[in-house]
Design a protein around this ligand. Structure first.
Ligand code: M6R
Length: 616
């Protein structure tokens, strides 16, 4: 999983590419590199971030040319160093490539190429691919486009590539399988942009083509883009889409970090998720993807939810929602386990996949598996036009707007919002929910954004608590029922951005092992709202207290009991139990954020991580 971007046209390519790389850096930041062409090939690349590449380029005056591309890497094959950084060049020096994905059969291909006297400088699969293209071009005496098409038919794996041929320097060839590529189309075909998502070119054009899997494009300045099927080289008429994203959405807008901006965007994002879908005063929830497939949902033997990471946590919340409200049995699966387990899937199953990026490789593979077994697949994604959105039979977008911070925040709450709407819609249709309860839920949902806003105003208290616990090596997070997944999510948020070890548990499970960890140095974050099993959670808190653990409790406004025993409390507004995850998660996001900032960590780009995981 890496970010790629390119330009061909009449402007200086360097500033466009470097800015594009900054916007794509969420996809990986192990190394960065650039190719520019101005009578000759110029390549610069370095281990580290895009800013390191920029520093390197600042000392170089040759950064000119109207064609070029750039890459920001999340290392798969080969450690992050200068040599393994992209772009990679073929043995002749004529072909240059950038690549997002993995060539799985690279070793076999490499051995074949070595037999034909090819040599390799890096440990990457990408260098193998560029030399394979060169070999095909030479053997078939063909143009770059044809060589790419033939070579890719020999490749097993996933890729989004952009290739340049020094002998034809007014052309870029791009191709995709499993990793995204968008092509931005400038006025009168005078310029084109290439990128992993549309963010690098949003200020230049709103017209874009999203390549489908197994498609490639030959992009030449002042000509129509030519799209071909990789399999048989047949020509396809592209669909040009109008982008809705704007520049403001992808910039920090005065916040220190994208993560903080995205936490604060949640009242709006939640509203945007239900806008046009929820008409509370008429008792209506409108969702085309569900309405059109209502029979499938209502006749389903069970719902299987498949996702990874934070999206998997949203799936766990949905298990409570669907079983509680719609009385449909639910299983929640890690996509990576599900796809390899030979799972039992039937035509009577509905599979719901959840993914912010819509590009997560394991989730995508799970969809393909479920489809092959005849299940109906419903995709919940944030990124419009993403691979998962296209692969599912039907689905719904969360409309959270771009999420750039690697740690998911608004993606989580908007996924839960959407899943709540679906559960309520199904509960109503199945009659498992009384009319009064249904109406009440709908009205309450409309109040959630204001309640999140109120909660965000309590940030100073969360910041103070963060300052007390920022140096601890370990933390426990406990919750029950609807808030057990929130405990898992709270722990994930803390570990991924502050590198403090944290574990989430169902509160009652504590006594089956984790209680051994509790002493006066162990902070325990407990979600102890006045719904569900409040009294039982209070007992769990007592158990921690009697072992001298530090208790930071998230309670409902007006709580008396927990306040007396906890070391610190954070209050959330009253709401329906089913909607409490939308509130309890907010202070835990803020807490992780503040601790990471206080520890001077890279909040938006935590080490070893990337925003969309397009490798298995
Ligand atoms: O794009 P997805 O929702 O499919 O991503 C799944 C996980 O990689 C993701 O939720 C990850 O766990 C978060 N960035 C953690 O904050």
């Amino acid at each position: 999983m890496c970010g790629i971007t390119g330009y061909i046209g009449y402007r200086e390519a360097y500033p466009i590419i470097i800015k594009g790389l900054q916007r794509l850096e969420y996809r990986g930041y192990d190394s960065a590199g650039i190719l520019l062409y101005n009578d000759d090939v110029f390549i610069s690349k370095t281990k580290g971030k895009v800013s390191d590449l920029e520093d390197l380029m600042n000392t170089d005056s040759s950064k000119q040319g109207n064609i070029g591309f750039g890459h920001t890497r999340w290392a798969t094959h080969g450690i992050p160093n200068n040599i393994n950084s992209h772009p990679h060049t073929s043995n002749s020096g004529n072909l240059v490539i950038i690549h997002n994905g993995i060539i799985e059969n690279y070793d076999a291909l490499k051995k074949e190429l070595i037999k034909r006297n090819y040599t390799f400088k890096s440990d990457t699969d990408t260098e193998v691919l560029v030399n394979l293209i060169e070999e095909v071009k030479k053997t078939n005496d063909c143009k770059l486009g044809k060589a790419v098409q033939i070579a890719l038919n020999e490749v097993i794996g996933a890729y989004a590539i952009c290739v340049f041929d020094k002998t034809k320097p007014n052309e870029l060839v791009v191709a995709r399988l499993g990793s995204p590529i968008a092509i931005g189309i400038g006025k009168e075909n005078k310029e084109f942009f290439v990128a992993s998502d549309a963010s690098p070119f949003i200020e230049y054009t709103k017209n874009a083509i999203y390549l489908e899997d197994e498609e490639m494009a030959i992009i030449t300045a002042n000509k129509e883009v030519e799209i071909r099927k990789i399999k048989d080289d047949s020509i396809i008429t592209p669909e040009i889409q109008q982008l809705k994203m704007n520049l403001e959405q992808i910039e920090k807008g005065g916040y220190d970090h994208f993560m903080l901006k995205e936490i604060y965007e949640q009242p709006h994002a939640i509203t945007d998720t239900y806008r046009g879908r929820l008409i509370a005063n008429q008792g209506i929830i409108r969702m085309a993807g569900v309405d059109d497939n209502m029979e499938k949902f209502l006749n389903a033997d069970r719902i299987i939810i498949v996702a990874c990471g934070t999206s998997w946590h949203a799936g766990l919340v949905a298990e409570y929602l669907f079983e509680d409200i719609a009385r449909i049995p639910v299983e929640v699966e890690y996509a990576s386990e599900f796809r390899y387990r030979n799972p039992i899937i039937t035509e009577k199953d509905v599979v719901i996949t959840i993914s912010q990026s819509g590009e997560t490789a394991d989730t995508l593979a799970a969809i393909k598996l479920a489809k092959s077994k005849g299940a109906f697949v419903f995709g919940i994604c944030n990124v419009v036009g993403s691979s998962i959105a296209r692969e599912a039979h039907a689905g719904a977008y969360t409309h959270a707007g771009p999420e750039i911070g690697v740690a998911s925040t608004k993606a989580f709450t908007t996924q839960i919002t959407l899943l709540s709407l679906i559960a309520l819609k199904l509960g109503k249709a199945k009659g498992s929910l009384s009319n009064a309860a249904y109406r009440n839920y709908l009205q309450e949902m409309e109040l959630i954004p204001k309640k999140v806003e109120r909660l965000l105003k309590e940030d100073e208290n969360v910041k103070y608590i963060s300052s007390i616990y920022k140096d601890v090596p370990n933390c426990l997070y406990l919750g029950r029922g609807y808030n057990f997944p929130v405990a898992l999510e709270g722990a994930l948020k803390l570990k991924e951005i502050s590198y403090i070890h944290a574990e989430g548990y169902p509160a009652a499970e504590m006594k089956h092992g984790p209680i051994a960890l509790i002493d006066e140095n162990m902070p325990v974050f407990v979600i102890a709202i006045n719904k569900g099993h409040y009294e039982k959670v209070v007992s769990n808190i007592q158990e921690i207290k009697s072992r001298k653990g530090k208790i930071i409790a998230i309670v409902t406004e007006g709580d008396i009991q927990v306040k007396k025993i906890a070391d610190h409390v954070i209050e959330i507004p009253e709401t329906e139990e089913a909607f409490t995850p939308l509130l309890t998660t907010i202070p835990l996001q803020l807490l992780s954020y503040h601790i990471a900032v206080m520890l001077n960590k890279n909040v938006d780009q935590p080490r070893n991580l990337a925003k969309s995981v397009t490798v298995e």
